[in-house]
Design a protein around this ligand. Structure first.
Ligand SMILES: C[S@@+](CC[C@H](N)C(=O)[O-])C[C@H]1O[C@@H](n2cnc3c(N)ncnc32)[C@H](O)[C@@H]1O
Length: 460
């Protein structure tokens, strides 16, 4: 059969025999059927699979896995029964050691492909536990025509909810709340629609846990506050579950993919949970950022302090995108004077409160600002710049500031290898900075996400 014939014969619905050779950034198997490139979610490298074509893209076909004909030795039974449909985790069917190898390779390839950086990548710091680790869940909700409430993550590649009552990557303490809360919501007559259509209403359920304190926050995200009986239900929840310290309502009237709106109202109990992190006490609110895997995020601290101790005497550190001071406080405790920059004013308030609670307020100052606007003023006097931006990475203005006032030491913590590589490219290719360490850390087992800690120093 000539390859030309295969190309012209392929159409939506065709069944293909695919040899899988690689994994995409989203964890789909990539293989060939004749000359056509086919993405097969759920298939693994070294596998031969039967797949049904469902969509033709510009450069490849997207397909659905029908049957694994020859399985990879690294395939294993996923711990979650919904793994093949739920879009929350895409690597559950891959053995943990192979997940670790793939994540390390993924970081190395992004650096090479996007930034032409060929620096060695340290072996991934795998997580000691890979289930029950998440301290946070934000679950889209919808009410069916029979009144039942469905809630869960989106089906892979779609906007349809996979209804779930148990999610094995969630800490069991918040996992146990999902089903009874959905049942209580079903018994109300509130409109429930994650997209805020049909007059709006309840959209998402957000749960947050302090892993060390056991304290939990329930937050309902709604497009409006017309939820009769909410106060009574909230008090029932705080009374029913020991760990639940508060229930809040977050208002998100905008039809946008930003899940939480700017206004959060406390309905019952208190609005925060406590967490112990790097031997320090933190207070976290439901609408402020905190790393989802407490223990893995904590492993950054000794790594960071070891790197700094080997070369730097504590001076002024800027913690840009500092959140509630997660890394500012450990730096301050190690003797650094820290200036934290953060755009969310509620995070800044908590960062100040956290510094005070740990007796570190003399060593920390926090400013509510956009890093892009504020960095140029402060960077010339800093010895260390620690940056931990959102997934989209740094604004060009921030990169330009770093190039014009290059700090002695730059530590970049990133949850997105592609934006990390894009941001590092000008810093390294300018010759102004030298890479010392690229350390991937698994903050998100079973997903395709990986955190990377990168250390650079200014060239003399
Ligand atoms: C990945 S989180 C890191 C937070 C903190 N370092 C931690 O580990 O908990 C990114 C933080 O950047 C903040 N942020 C986003 N855009 C920002 C901007 N333009 N300027 C300042 N902070 C920003 C977010 O509110 C969030 O707290």
């Amino acid at each position: 059969m000539g390859s030309r014939w295969v190309m012209t014969e392929l159409s939506i619905g065709s069944r293909c025999d695919v040899m899988v050779s690689d994994l995409s950034q989203d964890g789909a198997g990539i293989g060939r059927c004749g000359e056509a490139v086919v993405f097969v979610p759920g298939a693994l490298p070294q596998e031969r699979v039967l797949a049904r074509l469902v969509h033709r893209g510009r450069r490849h076909w997207l397909s659905q896995l029908d049957q694994v004909l020859v399985a990879s030795p690294e395939r294993r039974r996923p711990p979650c029964s919904l793994a093949s449909s739920c879009g929350g985790c895409s690597l559950q069917h891959l053995a943990p050691a192979a997940q670790a190898r793939w994540k390390g390779d993924h970081v190395a390839q992004a650096l090479q492909r996007i930034a032409a950086i060929h620096h060695p990548v340290a072996p991934l710091m795998a997580a000691p536990i890979d289930l029950g680790y998440r301290n946070r869940a934000i679950i889209p909700l919808e009410r069916r025509s029979d009144g039942q409430v469905r809630g869960g993550y989106y089906r892979r590649g779609s906007h349809r909810i996979v209804n779930l009552n148990q999610c094995p990557v969630l800490d069991p303490r918040i996992d146990a709340l999902v089903e009874p809360i959905k049942a209580d919501l079903a018994a109300t007559d509130w409109p429930i629609d994650r997209d805020g259509h049909n007059g709006g209403g309840l959209r998402h359920l957000a749960l947050r846990l302090g892993r060390r304190s056991g304290e939990m926050q329930i937050t309902l995200i709604s497009s409006h506050d017309r939820l009769p009986g909410l106060g009574t239900l909230a008090r029932q929840w705080t009374n029913r579950w020991d760990g639940v310290v508060g229930v809040s309502l977050n208002l998100q009237p905008e039809a946008t993919n930003v899940l939480m709106g700017p206004q959060t109202r406390l309905i019952s109990g208190r609005a925060t949970v406590r967490e112990r992190f790097a031997d320090l006490e933190f207070t976290i609110a439901s609408d402020t950022f905190f790393q989802v895997f407490t223990e893995q995020a904590e492993r950054v601290v000794p790594l960071l302090l070891d790197v700094l101790a080997s070369a730097d005497r504590p001076g002024l550190a800027i913690d840009a995108y500092c959140g509630i001071g997660t890394y500012s406080l450990p730096l301050a405790a190690a003797g650094w004077q820290v200036l934290g920059l953060e755009i969310n004013p509620r995070s800044v308030d908590l960062a100040q409160r956290n510094a005070k609670a740990n007796g570190l307020e003399q060593r920390c100052a926090f400013a509510a600002c956009d890093v892009a606007g504020a960095l140029a003023e402060h960077l010339p006097s800093a010895d260390l710049l620690f940056i931990d931006p959102p997934r989209r990475g740094l604004d060009q203005e921030v990169v330009a500031t770093i190039l014009s006032a290059t700090p002695r030491r730059l530590v970049y913590l990133s949850c997105n290898p592609a934006s990390l590589a894009r941001d590092l490219k000008p810093l390294v290719s300018s010759g102004r900075m030298e890479l010392l360490l690229v350390q991937p850390i698994d903050f998100f087992p079973h997903t395709t996400h990986v955190e990377t800690l990168v250390v650079l120093r200014r060239r003399p």
